[in-house]
Ligand binder design. Structure first.
Ligand SMILES: Cc1cc2nc3c(=O)[nH]c(=O)nc-3n(C[C@H](O)[C@H](O)[C@H](O)COP(=O)(O)OP(=O)(O)OC[C@H]3O[C@@H](n4cnc5c(N)ncnc54)[C@H](O)[C@@H]3O)c2cc1C
Length: 390
């Protein structure tokens, strides 16, 4: 009998968690094979991309090396199609991998398609390469305006990092919402004061309708001068899942059941940003803190299914929102399981240390999981509010 083949697509925060958890648990089994497919051999620390965008060096985190000793195979390549009927994945147009179980963890990228000009005239932060290109551009600019579009946390962290590293640049943060709108009022005020101190000019309540060379256009007709534009306005997922015929939501994410299986294709698990996972409070939104548990849970569910047992429902509750404000300041908002802010938050040096521990933790966590898989299976389940009425 041939071994049961589990193919994991994507080695981001969620896919790595799934592949390592599974490979570590089946390393002595002949009847299960694990293959991890990813565009690069180097793990992309997305949480550090705002730092990398100002020239700060990131560690070389080698995925094949981390998998050594687990028996899992690593395939470097670009997934171009999934054939759900044939249970096959095409990689780089010349390799076809057949699967018995698929873990779909291709994440998301910045949405550059919904506003004209973004694709051609704005930088994004989806990869280490993107960050290096922006860092190079900023290092070469002798002055002028850098416009960061998107007042979500990626925009805030990026604007702060750029302003701190390049005090000679005029950094403008544009967005619909007040920066830090997801934080409690005192944490939000702290974040805003930090941006002011760094010299970031915040313009909230604006709608960007276009980007062109030298300017960003607002809905009211104003053109905001911009020598460099960084676009952080929203994310989109790969069209591969919808093209494969998996049931997806309006954003193209695979709709899962309680056990993280595709509702249309139960041999497919979807995790991380590429999945629409419902909890009692709503659909989980993309973060590292939720992505890693989804990967681990998928791995455990696959193992249960292989033993002929029913997988358990996934439960997850948020617990924090750490936000860096340059290298010397940060704010950490503690949250209720539904991600609404609690009254407590950290600021200053304590928050900087906290944020660094969180940002640095995924890679050592995978290393630990490789040796002790059970160590990866702890995360806050969130109690009552995560329970889905069925
Ligand atoms: C700049 C930035 C800062 C962020 N900061 C934070 C933060 O501070 N805290 C937080 O919780 N979240 C943060 N996020 C969000 C967080 O990074 C995501 O929620 C998380 O990365 C999702 O993990 P994932 O495994 O689902 O996807 P990803 O980490 O995106 O991994 C997907 C993987 O799949 C690969 N891939 C995609 N398509 C293909 C293909 N067709 N073929 C082969 N490989 C492919 C990608 O190269 C990547 O390795 C940030 C995001 C960005 C962009």
């Amino acid at each position: 009998m041939s071994a049961h083949h589990v193919v994991v697509l994507g080695a981001g925060y969620a896919g790595m968690a799934a592949a390592v958890q599974l490979a570590a648990r089946v390393r002595r089994r002949e009847d299960v094979r694990v293959t991890l497919v990813n565009a690069q051999e180097r793990f992309t620390e997305r949480l550090r991309l705002p730092m990398a965008a100002t020239g700060q060096e990131l560690s070389e985190l080698d995925i094949p090396k981390l998998l050594e000793g687990t028996g899992a195979r690593f395939v470097r390549g670009w997934v171009t199609a999934v054939d759900a009927g044939a249970k096959a994945v095409r990689v780089d147009d010349d390799l076809v991998l057949h699967y018995d179980t698929l873990v779909y963890a291709l994440g998301g990228v910045t949405d550059t398609a919904s506003v004209p000009g973004v694709e051609d005239h704005a930088h994004t932060l989806d990869s280490t390469r993107d960050a290096e290109v922006l860092a190079d551009r900023l290092a070469r600019s002798g002055g002028g305006a850098v416009v960061v579009v998107g007042s979500g946390l990626t925009g805030v962290e990026s604007a702060a990092e750029i302003a701190e590293r390049h005090p000679g640049l005029d950094v403008v943060l544009l967005g619909r919402r007040e920066p830090g709108s997801e934080l409690n009022p005192r944490a939000r005020a702290y974040l805003r004061a930090a941006l002011d101190r760094l010299g970031v000019r915040v313009r909230a309540g604006v709608e960007v309708v276009g980007v062109r060379p030298g300017a960003v256009d607002l809905a009211d007709g104003e053109g905001v001068a911009a020598d460099v534009v960084l676009w952080t306005g929203g994310t989109r997922v790969s069209p591969l899942a919808a093209a494969a015929g998996f049931t997806t939501d309006e954003r193209g994410r695979i709709v899962t059941d309680a056990a993280l299986r595709s509702v249309s294709h139960p041999e497919v698990f979807a995790v991380g940003d590429a999945a629409a996972i419902r909890q009692g409070y709503g659909v989980v939104h993309g973060t590292c803190q939720s992505g890693m548990p989804t990967g681990v849970h998928a791995a455990l569910s696959i193992l249960r299914a292989l033993r002929g047992r029913q997988p358990k429902p996934f439960r997850f509750g948020y617990y924090h929102t750490p936000v860096s404000l340059g290298r010397n300041d940060a704010v950490v908002q503690f949250t209720h399981p539904d991600d609404s802010p609690r009254r407590i938050h950290l600021t200053g040096r304590a928050a900087v240390r906290y944020k660094e521990v969180v940002t640095a933790s995924p890679w050592p966590t995978y290393g630990r999981m490789k040796k002790m898989p059970a160590s990866g299976a702890f995360w806050p389940r969130g109690g009552r509010v995560t329970r889905v009425a069925r």
